[in-house]
Design a protein around this ligand. Sequence first.
Ligand SMILES: NC(=O)c1ccc[n+]([C@@H]2O[C@H](COP(=O)([O-])OP(=O)(O)OC[C@H]3O[C@@H](n4cnc5c(N)ncnc54)[C@H](OP(=O)(O)O)[C@@H]3O)[C@@H](O)[C@H]2O)c1
Length: 288
Amino acid sequence: MLVTGATGRIGRAVIDLLTDQGVPVRALVRRPESAAATLPATVEIVTGDLTVPESLDSALDAIGTVFLVWTALPQTAAAVVDRLAARTQRVVHLSAPHRTPHPFFQQPNPMAALHAEIERLIAASGLDSTIVRPGMFASNALLWWATTIRAEGVVRWPYGAVETAPVDDRDLAAVVARTLREDGHLGGDYVLTGPESLSQAEQVRIIGDVLGRPIRFEELSPDEFRRAAPPASRPAVDMLLAAWDAAKGQPAYVTGTVSDLLGTPARTFRQWAADHATAFTGSRTGVG
Ligand SMILES: NC(=O)c1ccc[n+]([C@@H]2O[C@H](COP(=O)([O-])OP(=O)(O)OC[C@H]3O[C@@H](n4cnc5c(N)ncnc54)[C@H](OP(=O)(O)O)[C@@H]3O)[C@@H](O)[C@H]2O)c1
């Protein structure tokens, strides 16, 4: 099977699980030298770029199933899906819960539009498919909060009372690995969340609990948050602000899909935080 997004959060975790299980894996990467230094030695590394569809041809040689992670611009999605349909049988697509009737997931945004378009292309292509739709990744807490927690013991953030149900990246990767390996997931459409609805302020409090020291939560207004964001991240910031605003005053959407598919309970946010506590301590900068 071919794993795209192999150097990213989920693709990398999927590769580790598959190689641990002895499954032969090929990884599509843009920078083979740096990827080779970090991916398991048994992984076959091929160079390719989703924005250059013809670069996928050799990567797809003799591949039956593809894990598709798309963070690139949408322009080449149709040509890439055409190539997948011509050369492989199955695709597992890492999408988002944009069809779920909860206001958090119903705000129009470019990422939801991109995933909807890729799903439409896959459905029209005749490929066998499984769509995996995670809610908020628990690991967003590293990207969002670790730097100021380490430096100042504080999180400055909007919508502290808004609830989400962060899904542990390891559970998400385990579901993906299972759908890649096992028969029986054709046509599967899985919305994955963590097991509990927690406000953002509670999530920060839980991180403080596992670190054994309180973390101050300083509520920002949406405008303060927007002004503090680097210009390049404004689209993502606007997408998040719209989702949080829409979800005010109600619990997060929670599914039991992780435990249904894996046969073990979904990991809690507390468990995730405990297992990543060192990332929130010390003087490191630039967690990513
Ligand atoms: N974060 C969330 O809470 C959340 C929730 C629901 C869904 N999602 C979805 O999850 C996906 C992101 O997954 P992730 O967090 O694992 O990604 P990630 O950590 O940001 O990694 C992105 C991966 O895609 C690769 N990539 C980027 N552009 C590429 C291109 N043009 N050609 C080939 N590979 C390319 C990157 O490779 P390089 O090393 O070469 O850059 C990297 O391996 C997105 O589609 C997002 O919508 C995220």
